[in-house]
Design a protein around this ligand. Structure first.
Ligand code: HAM
Length: 423
């Protein structure tokens, strides 16, 4: 029997992990500059948390969740996204009572959605997300967007498009909902069964149905923009003026609705415009979710955030031909010949590493030529050669691999000499 990685998941091999680590480092640095602190929540939560927040008429909840019953007969779900759990934690740990508000959090971790696999769409993917909870200031909407753009900028991406929209508050959403029902109702028979079921409960979801996206009624559907009340329009205007002040370019798209139910007011996505990026161009999505904390039993705590997958960020870098600098090779490779030299070599290796020097040696009993080949493959900047004569004299041969020069160095001075050469 042959085992394979599950469909829609991938192994990130050692040749790839350094890219991931570099992206994670950028994220940590940017979040630090903006004062967002990391939060780590469990990989699974009660199923009901996602039904309540993401929404039980959404594709995520209806079709994409990895749900299981645990041995205590509780329904659990591998998290399909991070916001619900972060807000759950905010409420559970009464972060609304902390003196410094808003609470600004970020997370990086795997999320799980049972989706059809294609380039940029996986069943397990890693999201970096931020959530700012406890402020209803439009300036923080702009801050969150700026943070996302900064991460992409630091990764070298230039071909980006920020699309933004306002979903309004409950009042405008209800008025829009009634208009949508009236619009679709006469021809609802022409739509898929999901859309039929969504008509009364959540007609907005019809607009992002993957099956009926070409139906003419979708294009002619009443726009939310026409139902925005004064307060929502003013809020949106304030957000866009802050973006203008920050020099962040954006397009307003009245059709941007997002695929999760908890949003209101600001909604945004960042797309890659690079040639050949593939069919799925959205790199990042987010928005405001006033009311979410109350929905799960907490106090009123308006919030805004976004999430982006690291996989899509790396794909965008590839599409734009951006690469991180190559990792430097080893500082030292220790070559030994014979039993006595091996013992001295192993001890030296330990001392080198204690001194913070990146060092390695052969563990497969290779001859001198094979060990030198390894040193080349590992791009060692220096090589220490220890043979019987060197051990007897208490010296080592130190070779500089860039100019191939070599010198005999007393063991007592070796680490210092190597430090000089590799610094
Ligand atoms: P979302 O739009 O469902 O929003 O996902 C956000 C991002 O996660 C997408 O733009 C994409 O980068 C990535 N993503 C989603 N599904 C996949 C997949 N199957 N494979 C690879 N990447 C994927 C949310 O999850 C919200 N929680 C965002 C948010 C945070 N809103 C407010 N705060």
């Amino acid at each position: 029997m042959k085992f394979k990685v599950p469909r829609g998941t991938q192994d990130i091999l050692p040749s790839e992990t350094s890219k991931w680590q570099k992206v994670e480092r950028i994220i940590q640095e940017v979040c630090d500059v903006y004062r967002y602190k990391e939060i780590r929540t469990p990989m699974f939560e009660q199923t009901e948390l996602f039904q309540r927040t993401v929404g039980d008429t959404t594709d995520i909840v209806q079709k994409e969740m990895y749900t299981f019953t645990d041995k205590g007969n509780r329904s659990m779900t591998l998290r399909p996204e991070g916001t619900a759990a972060v807000v759950r934690s905010f409420v559970e740990h009464k972060m609304f009572g902390y003196p410094e508000q808003p609470i600004k959090l970020f997370y990086i971790g795997p999320m799980f959605r049972y989706e059809r696999q294609q380039a940029g769409r996986y069943r397990q993917f890693v999201q970096f997300g931020v959530e700012a909870i406890g402020s209803n200031d439009p300036a923080i909407d702009a801050e969150v967007i700026a943070l996302a753009m900064d991460v992409y900028r630091r990764a070298g991406l230039k071909q980006l498009k920020l699309v933004i929209n306002s979903l309004g508050d409950t009042e405008c959403r209800n008025a829009h909902k009634e208009a949508l029902i009236a619009h679709f109702n006469p021809q609802i028979d022409e739509f898929c069964s999901d859309c039929k079921a969504r008509l009364e409960k959540n007609p907005l979801r019809i607009l992002d149905c993957k099956v009926d996206s070409e139906h003419p009624l979708i294009a002619s559907a009443p726009s939310l923009a026409d139902y925005l009340n004064e307060a929502s329009t003013a809020y949106f205007k304030a957000v866009t003026s802050y973006l203008d002040d920050a020099g962040i370019a954006y397009e307003v798209d009245a059709n941007l609705v997002r695929g999760l139910d908890y949003y209101n007011h600001t909604a945004f996505e960042i797309m890659s415009t690079a040639d050949g990026f593939g069919a799925i161009t959205t790199l990042c999505g987010g928005g405001r979710y006033n009311g979410l904390a109350e929905e799960i039993g907490g106090p009123s705590a308006p919030g805004i955030g976004f999430a982006m997958s690291i996989e899509r960020l790396l794909l965008a870098m590839e599409a734009e031909g951006k690469a991180f600098e190559e990792d430097p090779g080893l500082d030292v490779y220790v070559v030994t010949l014979g039993e006595d030299a091996k013992r001295v070599g192993v001890k030296l290796l330990g001392d080198l590493r204690t001194a913070g020097i990146r060092a390695d040696m052969d563990y497969t009993d290779r001859k001198m030529k094979g060990q030198m080949k390894s040193a080349d493959r590992l791009q060692a900047r220096t090589v220490v050669v220890l043979g019987e004569d060197e051990v007897a004299e208490n010296v080592a041969m130190l070779r500089n691999m860039s100019d191939r020069s070599q010198e005999k160095v007393p063991m007592a001075d070796l680490i210092e000499r190597i430090q000089e050469q590799v610094k």
